[in-house]
Design a protein around this ligand. Structure first.
Ligand SMILES: *Cc1c(COP(=O)(O)O)cnc(C)c1O
Length: 379
C-alpha cells in the first residue's frame, strides 16, 4: 500500500532531519530474540536497587485513584519539592521525565533562525529537541581526549559560539555519555558571562551521584542568575525511570512561560505520588550512592585490567574506549545476555557506555568480556 502523499514533505524541515532517539535495548526484547532468560541491563543508567519502598507504598495507596485525571498543577509534588529544595513552588515546572522539560524549553524559546548551543558528545536529546523546532544547533568542539575531562564540555568553545541569535545553551553536568563534569566556579563564571538574551539550561540528571566537593549549588545561584534553568529527574538515583517524572527549577517568570506550553496533565497520578514519597527515601539514596561508588571502582579496575581506557565519571556509568570498533563487543555481550550501550550515534564508534550495576552484574560483564576475547573478539 503506497500512499499518494509524500508524508515527509508534509513535515517541517526540522522534523524531516530528525533521527529517532535510540534507547537501550529492553531486557524482554533481548530475551525474546536470543532465547535468554537472565539478561542483565547495564544500558540505561537505571538504579540497580530499583525504586524506593516508600514510592512503591505511595503508588499502591493511590492505585484506585487512576480513574481521575492527575492534578495538572502537581500541587503536592511541587510543595514537597519546594520544601526539599528551598525554592518556591512558582519556580518549579514538572515534566514527563526531564526529557520532556528539555523539549518544552526548546519549544518555548526557539523558532527557526534562532540558535542553541551544546557540546559535541553532549546528551543526544538536546540536538533532537532543538532540531524539532527548526532552530539551528551550534555544536561546540569537546575538550581533548587526553585532558582531565576527556571529551567533556569545553565552556570556552561553547562561549565562543554565542551570538545575537543564541537563545539557549544546554550544559549537562555531569554529561551523559562521557561522565565528565565541570568545576562549580567555572560553570558559574560561564553563566555569569552570558548575555541577557541567552538562557542557560543546566541538566543535573546525575546530580545525586556527583562527588560532593564538585557539587555546584546551582539552585542558590538562581537569585543572581535569573537566566538559569536547572533540570533534574527522578529517573536515575531515585529509581523511577519507568514513571517519567522530572522537573525544572527557574525564575518564576520562566516557569510561567514553560507552563503555558506544557500539556495540562503531563505527569501521571502514580508518578506524582511516587516522586513525592521518594523525597523522603534518604536511606535508599545513601545505599544507592554507596553501591555506585563500589561498583564504579570495581568496573574501572576490571575494565582497566582488561586494557580498556575508562576515565573517571561523576555519574552511575562509565564510558569505556574499546580501542577498536565497539560493535563486536556489543554484539558479543548481547549474546552473553549483557546489554550495554553502543554510542556510535554520539560519534563515538569505539566506545561503550556501561551502567554501574550490582556487583554480580558487573562481574558478569567482566567475565563475559574475558570470554569474548578468548573467542577472538577485538583481534
Ligand atoms: C537520563 C538523562 C536525563 C533524564 O531523563 P528522564 O527523561 O528524566 O528520564 C536527562 N539528561 C541526561 C543527561 C540523562 O542522561
Amino acid at each position: 500500500m503506497s500512499p499518494k502523499t509524500d508524508f515527509a514533505a508534509l513535515a517541517p524541515p526540522g522534523v524531516r532531519g530528525l533521527q529517532p532517539y535510540l534507547p537501550g535495548k529492553p531486557m524482554a526484547e533481548l530475551e525474546r530474540e536470543y532465547g535468554i532468560s537472565d539478561a542483565v541491563k547495564l544500558a540505561s543508567n537505571e538504579n540497580p536497587l530499583g525504586p524506593p519502598e516508600l514510592s512503591l507504598r505511595a503508588m499502591r495507596a493511590g492505585l484506585s485513584g487512576v480513574a481521575r485525571y492527575p492534578d495538572g498543577a502537581a500541587f503536592e509534588l511541587k510543595r514537597g519539592l519546594s520544601a526539599h529544595l528551598a525554592v518556591v513552588p512558582e519556580q518549579i515546572t514538572v515534566g514527563n521525565g526531564s526529557n520532556e522539560i528539555l523539549s518544552l524549553i526548546a519549544e518555548t524559546f526557539l523558532s527557526p533562525g534562532d540558535e542553541a548551543i551544546f557540546s559535541e558528545f553532549a546528551f543526544v536529546v538536546y540536538g533532537l529537541a532543538v532540531q524539532a523546532t527548526g532552530a539551528t544547533p551550534r555544536i561546540a568542539p569537546a575538550s581533548s581526549r587526553t585532558g582531565s575531562q576527556p571529551l567533556g564540555h569545553s565552556l570556552e568553545a561553547m562561549g565562543a559560539l554565542v551570538s545575537e541569535r543564541t537563545r539557549l545553551v544546554f550544559i549537562a553536568n555531569p554529561n551523559n555519555p562521557t561522565g565528565t563534569w565541570l568545576a562549580p566556579a567555572d560553570l558559574r563564571a560561564f553563566i555569569d558571562g552570558l548575555p541577557p538574551h541567552v538562557l542557560a539550561v543546566v541538566d543535573e540528571a546525575y546530580l545525586e551521584y556527583m562527588p560532593p566537593a564538585d557539587l555546584p549549588a546551582t539552585l542558590s545561584w538562581l537569585g543572581a542568575c535569573p537566566n538559569l534553568i536547572v533540570c533534574r529527574t527522578f529517573s536515575k538515583m531515585y529509581g523511577l525511570a519507568g514513571l517519567r517524572v522530572g522537573y525544572a527549577v527557574s525564575h518564576p517568570g520562566l516557569a510561567e512561560l514553560l507552563n503555558r506550553v506544557r500539556q495540562p496533565f503531563n505527569v501521571n497520578e502514580l508518578g506524582q505520588r511516587a516522586a513525592l514519597a521518594a523525597l523522603d527515601a534518604h536511606d535508599h539514596v545513601r545505599r544507592s550512592r554507596q553501591l555506585n561508588e563500589e561498583g564504579m571502582a570495581q568496573l574501572r579496575a576490571g575494565l582497566g585490567d582488561f586494557g580498556w581506557s575508562v576515565p573517571p565519571s561523576a555519574g552511575n556509568f562509565v564510558l569505556a574506549d574499546t580501542g577498536g570498533s565497539a560493535a563486536p563487543w556489543y554484539e558479543g555481550l548481547l549474546k552473553a545476555g549483557v546489554i550495554v550501550r553502543p554510542v556510535g550515534n554520539y560519534g563515538l564508534p569505539t566506545h561503550l557506555r556501561i551502567t554501574v550495576g550490582l556487583p554480580e552484574h558487573n562481574n558478569r560483564l567482566l567475565r563475559a568480556l574475558q570470554e569474548l576475547r578468548k573467542a577472538g573478539v577485538g583481534r
